[in-house]
Structures are given as structure tokens and as C-alpha cells.
Design a binder for this molecule. Sequence first.
Ligand code: BDP
Length: 657
Amino acid sequence: EDGSQLWLRFPAKNGISADKIISKGNNPTLNIAKKELMNHWQGQEIELRTDKSLKNLKGGYTIKSVQNKLVISAEKEIGLLYGVYHILRLQQTKSALANLNITEKPSYDVRILNHWDNLDGTIERGYAGHSLWKWEDLPNTISPRYEEYARANASIGINATVLNNVNASPNMLRKDYLEKVKALADIFRPYGIKVYLSVNFSSPKVLGGLENSDPLNKEVQKWWKDKASEIYKLIPDFGGFLVKANSEGQPGPQDYGRTHADGANMMADVLKPYGGIVMWRAFVYSPSKEDRAKQAYLEFVPLDGKFRDNVIIQIKNGPVDFQPREAFNPLFGALKKTSEMVEFQITQEYLGFSNHLVYLAPLFKETLDSDTYADGKGSTIAKITDGTLRPAKLTAISAVANIGEDKNWTGHHFAQANWYAFGRLAWNHNLSSEQIADEWIKMTFTDNEKFINPVKEMMLTSRETAVDYMMPLGLHHIFAGGHHYGPEPWGDYKGGRPDWSPVYYHQANAKGIGFDRTKTGSNAVSQYFPPLNDIYGNIKTTPENLILWFHHVPWDYQMKNGKTFWEELSYKYDTGVKNVREYQKVWEKVQPYLDEERFQHIQSRLKIQAKDAVWWKDACLLYFQTYSKMPIPYDIERPVHELEDLKKIKLNMGHHN
Ligand code: BDP
């Protein structure tokens, strides 16, 4: 049992016979749907029916019990395939199959994974081995995993993928690479998955030999136009471009004194005739006096209304960078005339890589359910981005994938749940974290309650636990530089960029700790719509789980529960550690209900997580104590490390920031 089957553990080769499936036509997608039924569906007769009148379901479907058969209807074949996966899921989770009357419509049009895979096979922030894409072997040799990947995504409704890193090599657009991309696109197509590429803004210069890549240069425009035509000849349903420009050293329109809108529009214009889109990232910041958390907003708000309608601004959930907890990004809702989409990170760059068990649905939901107040109360990020609040031409949601060539795809078996949860929420953001966990456990492990209940509880609390042992109460970015694995709150990269230094983010001193983003500080609070600007601007009304995000808090500040801030911080770290110890116990108790291989794999990773949690707690409490000068409450387990020893730990995990 190596986990390679993911959540797709339907009864094998044991489905209904061909004559029990009523359908018309012979389309590759429909054939997959039929094959899945013949292999795995053990229920009644099925009719698969395309129905043009269901266009408003946008890729969705209906499932209805009609006399003694089930009828799945959808505008297109892909909807039928999604419907088939739906009933297989019901079967697998032992849900009721009688009197079905289901209508499903996806929350977002584009439900897309972002792979940060490089052409040399490495993956930026990848913790599940090398890239799945074997560029050297493509297009001639086709790994069976390409189709398995497509099937897994289709089973949860993901319909798009960006194959390569946002720090994009210009070579991605070389003819030989495009032929490899075509080979993948051809495999993914029947599963309803469109291929997109990250592009390097300097491609015309680097690849095309042009003098520059200025978006207003006619030759540059022509280069992109010709490139688009070349791509669409190979891949007629190519999705479009993802662009990281003028960010962390990547080239962009500002290199030529142009704006992000100039750059995005130039690409949008060449893709438009083919129906392609541009996902332009808002992740921009530069070493300046301005608070990093404010920079994307400052850059993009003045450009609102200047983007073509096939441009969508891709915004990380928080304004800094995929931290265990951030306030939501104030850009959401602030662009009133521009489409916006969320970028989540499934790969656990800041959450213990593939060593820590952290179920991310609660983090995703926390963002989607955040009320921006942009158009009054109830303007949640979900509603801003899914088109319900403002009519949107284009709706999309993305996440950085955690998939690699490891047998189990994601390194940690439980990290599969995060891929699954992203897909399910992209399809329906109203699902609860609990529902998704419940489904995933039943599909991946067992339907035995003795396993499900404790494991589900562990999953549901795991994100908060990680926040507690890493960065409670609004702390952020105090990771070791470069690899972002362990703690380095003392990190002060003199001579380097201050905004990559932990001390820039926690601001600890003899008085207190935290980043003052109120009027007396960076005034980032002013980027939030009322009443949030006031709520976050006042230490008394700021939710305590974000208090250090917005305020510099005195060590002896009295928290709502009566404890001093220092005590509260200490207890949070302690709770984080205790919870991981609890997870170890939970896991050993459920051993009888699963296979030995996965049991041991997860058990050994929980040991690492427990050690790491203690490492985090000791490093942060011992270091911050040098400022607070207060005792660690005596009912807390004493540190087992010396601060000076912890400071010497250097992990060889490489990377720039
Ligand atoms: C940060 C990563 C870096 C990425 C960057 C990005 O540390 O590797 O290139 O985000 O999203 O989280 O562009």
C-alpha cells in the first residue's frame, strides 16, 4: 500500500456491463465516463445524456433517479464525467443512492493548479520528489502517470493546470518544448483539463533575439502574436498565460517604464482571438521603505479599470506570502472593475513541507469566508471572486500544487487531502472543511467510525496547531531564511533585504512585539474597507489571532482571558506542542484500522513533527524571552534546547529568500 491510488479506491474491475449504460455518441470524454462505470459502478442502470438546455450549469450536471435508473445530464460530456465521479464517490463513501435529485454547478469557471516545476525536473518548493513532467522523454515517451494525474484532477473537478514555475524559463516557449506541452495537453484533454503556461516577460528578447521586451514595441507585440499562433496550432484549446512580472527579480513591463496593465494587455490582446486568458500575479514587492504587506495594493489599485477583460489578477490569499496565518489580502474587493482570483498554496512551503500533517481546508475557508466589506456587509472573498457580487466575465481560483513524482504523489499521505480539498472547494466553496475531510478519509482509508472520528478531529485542528507551534497570535515570516523550514526569529540579514529578515516582521524589543500596521505605524489598516480599518486599527477590537499582524503589543498587555501577552504567547506554543503529541497517540490508536505501510509512514512523520514543534517552541520562546525578560509560565514543559545551539542549526536546503 503505497498511496499511489490517492482517493480513487473504487471497487476494481467489477462494474456494470455495457448494456446497462445508455448513451449516445462516441466522444473520448464520454468513453472515459463509460469505462469508469464499467470498471467500478455497482449500482443500477445509468443513462448519460447531453442536454444543451443545461448550459447555465457551466460544466455542472444533474443526477436524477428516474424509475429504476439514474440519469446524469449535462450540457457537455465533461459534465457527464463529473457526474460519474460524483456517483462513484457516493458509492465509495456508502452514501444514500436512492431518490437522487442533485444539481451541481461549479463555483468557479477555471479551477487551476499551478505547478512550480522547472524544466530541469526540480520543483520550486516541491517536497514530493522531482517533477512529474519528464521533459527529456516527452513527447515520445509518455508516462502512465500523466493520465492518472488527469483522472485524479477530473475526479474532483479541477479543469486547468499551469505546467511550469512562475519563475519561468524563456525556454518553455521554444518550439521543441511546445511540442512536449502538446503531448501532455492531448492526454489531459479528454479529462477536461486545459493546459496553461507560465511565461517569462523577457522571452521576446531572450528567445526571439529582439532588442528588448517592451510591451509597447511593435516587434515585441508581433513576437507574442506569432508565438500565440504557434501555440494554438499545436494546442487549439490552450488556456493562456500565467505571469510573474517585476517581482523578486523577474523581468516585467516596469523594466521599460510601462505598467503592469501595459504588460498584461499586450499578452491579453494576442490571446483574445483564441479565447485565451492572462492570469497576472499581484505578488509584487520591492525593497523599499513601504511595508511589504501594502505594496501589491499600492501597485494595482491605481490600475483598476485599465485591464482587458481577458485579464484576471491572481492574488495570494494574504498580503505577505502564504504564512500559516495572515490577514486576508486587502486587494480583494479593492479592484472594482477588474477580475480577481485567489492563489492558495497547497505545497507546504511555510507549513512543515511534507513532514507535517496540516489539513489546509480550514485555511482556504478562512480566506474565502473573510468579509471584505467592499460592497457592504457580506462581501466575502468567495463572493467577490465567484461573480455573485459583481458580474464577472471570468471567474477562477488557483493553488500551487504539492504534486511530485513520489509514489504517493504528495510526500505525506495526508497532503493528498490538501490537493483533494482544493479541488472540492474550487468546485463548491460552500462545502465545509469537515465534509471534505469526512469524504476524503472514507475514500482514502476506511469507513470505520473508529478511524474516521479521531482522524477527522486531528485533521480539523491541525492547521491551528501548526499556527500555535510556529507563529501564533499573528506572528509571521520568522522562518529560517531561504528554505523556510525551521524557526529563525533572530534572523537579521544585514546587508540583505530587510523585508526578508524575520526581525523586520516581529519587531520584538524591550517594550513588546509585533508589526504596527496602524496609523502610528505603516497604516496598512487603511487599505481595508470600513469598518475593518477601524477594527484592525484598534488593539482592543483586533481579533487576537491577528494581534501581532497589526499591532506592536506590550509584553504585559492584558489579553481577553486575563493573561499577559507573554503568558498567552507561551501557552500558545505549548498548546501546539501538546496537540502534536496528542496526534501521535491518536495515530497509534487507529493502527488496527489501516495497512501497516501507510501507518508507519505517517507515524514516522508525526515523530518529526513533534520534534519540530518543540524546536519551534524553544527557539521562539527562548529568543523572545531575551526581550520580555519574563519567566516562561511554570506549568509549561521547560525548554530542552539551548538558544545558542538552536542558532547554530543550518539546514542545507538552499534557496534565495
Ligand atoms: C514565495 C516563494 C518563492 C516563489 C514566490 C512566488 O518563496 O519561491 O517564487 O513565493 O510566489 O512564496 O512567486
